[in-house]
Write a protein that binds this ligand. Structure first.
Ligand SMILES: [Zn+2]
Length: 129
């Protein structure tokens, strides 16, 4: 069999062991768990005591879990930072651009722009025909 099922979900054990399952198996296993009828369940040839199962997680969950365990933290911009590192995201990625006030209401800015353009044209007028 060359069928390589994608391992999409992870059963995480209290001892840190990760059992990666494809989504179908994870769903079946999850249903078994939520029924809660058994204290020992079999999955992928292993027998697990259900009290030792932390949960069934997505790869993203696992990634977050490991980062947090390593002391990393996620700022409001969604960027992970190392333990003790300051977040500078708000300076690097401005979320709101302040539109310049030029040309609003009075049209003064636009007038100023016209003057500037005509001055430049006046100064360089000879170079072009
Ligand atoms: Zn940040």
């Amino acid at each position: 069999m060359t069928n390589l099922a994608r391992k999409e979900m992870c059963v995480l054990m209290r001892n840190g062991i990760e059992l990666w399952l494809d989504s179908d198996k994870a769903t079946t296993f999850g249903n078994d768990l939520t029924e809660g009828m058994r204290t020992v369940v079999k999955i992928e040839g292993r027998y697990l005591n259900t009290v030792d199962i932390v949960g069934i997680f997505t790869p993203q969950d696992l990634d977050d879990y490991k980062r947090i365990k390593n002391g990393q933290w996620k700022c409001t911009k969604g960027t992970w930072h190392a333990k003790g590192e300051d977040c500078k995201c708000k300076w690097q990625q401005p979320s709101v651009w302040e539109a310049p006030e030029v040309g609003r209401d009075t049209g003064a800015g636009l007038e100023q722009l016209r003057e500037t353009v005509s001055r430049i044209k006046g100064n360089n007028g000879h170079s072009e025909t």
